[in-house]
Design a protein around this ligand. Structure first.
Ligand SMILES: [Zn+2]
Length: 409
């Protein structure tokens, strides 16, 4: 599966072409962590490996491991192990939901250093929301004890389809006023205005994509085909194949909420009969409200489910069956090892409904090794994924050389 050029999984060049970035990648992935192992994997001479590593040391990106020397694969003296120095920078991440957001400072290896959640209403528009996020970032850095000039990049998860080339959302049904808006530029400016630091790169992606990325990397690193379905105000899916988010040609992969399931219900996208119009947290809240239960949003439904409300549970199970029917097709097409259900409705009742229809409709061959699970990271999943996206982007072999040159190293 390939998307546009540059969007596919990465390769590390071997042979005499291996760059400083390739060596860094080998160390970060754990595939080669000594000078001898790097020589062996790349075929580079000892002097060339030494020269390239020296640049990475000067940049502060590599350090000698605390574990002491290990046996060298080339024989001879034991070698010092090398490791990625995750203390030379930090990452900022934010995850926007329709009425709530979370933001965090993360280490380069994904550790949460400071975190904040609060009300932020997407419908207030990008200027208000992104400016407010800039303020949150400034406070979080102070809380974490880090300076703004230590920030190497910002990752943002949004509840809508994103063109990852431009970082702009494309016709988002639940983000009025955001269509085509320059999110990267505005958030970079908000960060600079609030902290006085220089501009940093901003990456934007769909929330389900980033939740899938965060959950797969931390909980299921060996799973080569991973699908996460987020069921909150809307419904979206993220697909991680061979360790990379699969976005499709236009960033539209996984946008299953607007598949027509043939009902008369009006969806927020303007069409009738979408899956999200009958099986999302918003749809269940509407059904509950019609029968006199106080519920206005997916998070209200989540609270009712947690309190054991029988009508909410029955409707969640019915919604699960609707989603399970669509997921039978998803599973047949992708044959994932893990199907994770996340978001406001993710709980026993919904999962029971998903399983009922999924196993009834999908071929046994597609479900034989399938694990159907709920989220491990919970509301942190999007933050972890957004942070990892930034790190993998900035330290990818093809970007390391230009960054080293810009640093004068
Ligand atoms: Zn729709």
């Amino acid at each position: 599966m390939t998307g546009r050029p540059g969007r596919t999984g990465r390769t590390t060049r071997g042979g005499s072409q291996a760059s400083a970035g390739d060596l860094l990648e080998l160390v970060r992935s754990g595939r080669a962590t000594t000078r001898g192992a790097l020589q062996q994997v790349t075929g580079l001479s000892r002097a060339t490996v030494g020269h390239r590593l020296e640049r990475l040391f000067r940049a502060g990106w590599l350090r000698e491991g605390a574990g002491g020397p290990v046996d060298s694969p080339l024989g001879g003296r034991p070698s010092i192990t090398l490791e990625f120095d995750d203390a030379h920078a930090v990452v900022l991440a934010a995850d926007l939901d329709t009425r709530h957001a979370r933001a965090a400072v993360l280490s380069l290896t994904g550790e949460m250093l400071a975190e904040h959640g609060g009300t932020l209403v997407v419908e207030d528009g990008p200027d208000v929301v992104l400016d407010e996020l800039g303020g949150w970032f400034a406070e979080l850095l102070e809380k974490a004890g880090h300076r703004a000039d230590e920030v190497c990049g910002i990752g943002l998860a949004v509840p809508g389809p994103v063109d990852s080339e431009t970082g702009r959302v494309v016709q988002p049904p639940i983000m009025p006023g955001w269509d085509g808006y320059d999110i990267r530029g505005r958030l970079a400016r908000a960060f600079t205005e609030r902290t006085g630091a220089g501009a940093v790169p901003v990456l934007v992606d769909n929330d389900a994509n980033l939740m899938a990325y965060g959950e797969q990397r931390t909980g299921y690193p060996g799973c080569s085909a991973f699908v996460l379905v987020k069921v909150s105000t809307g419904i979206g899916a993220g697909v991680v194949v061979d360790g990379s988010v699969y976005r499709g040609v236009d960033g539209g992969a996984g946008d299953i909420g607007h598949i027509r399931v043939g009902t008369e219900a009006l969806c927020r996208c303007g069409s009738y009969g979408c899956l999200a119009a009958v099986a999302s947290g918003g749809a269940v809240a509407r059904r509950l409200a019609e029968s006199g239960v106080r519920a206005a949003s997916g998070s209200d439904v989540r609270d009712l489910l947690a309190a054991g409300h029988p009508e909410a549970a029955a409707l969640a199970r019915e919604a699960g069956r609707r989603v399970g029917d669509v997921l039978a097709t998803v599973v047949t097409l992708l044959n994932p090892g893990v199907l994770m259900i996340a978001g406001d409705l993710a709980g026993t009742a919904f999962l029971t409904g998903v399983r009922e229809l999924l196993y009834q409709r999908a071929l046994p061959r597609s479900t034989g090794h399938l694990e159907v699970v709920t989220s491990r990271l919970g509301e942190r999943a999007g933050l972890v994924g957004a942070g990892a996206l930034v790190v993998e982007h900035l330290y990818a072999p093809e970007r390391v050389e230009e960054r080293l040159l810009a640093m004068g190293v």
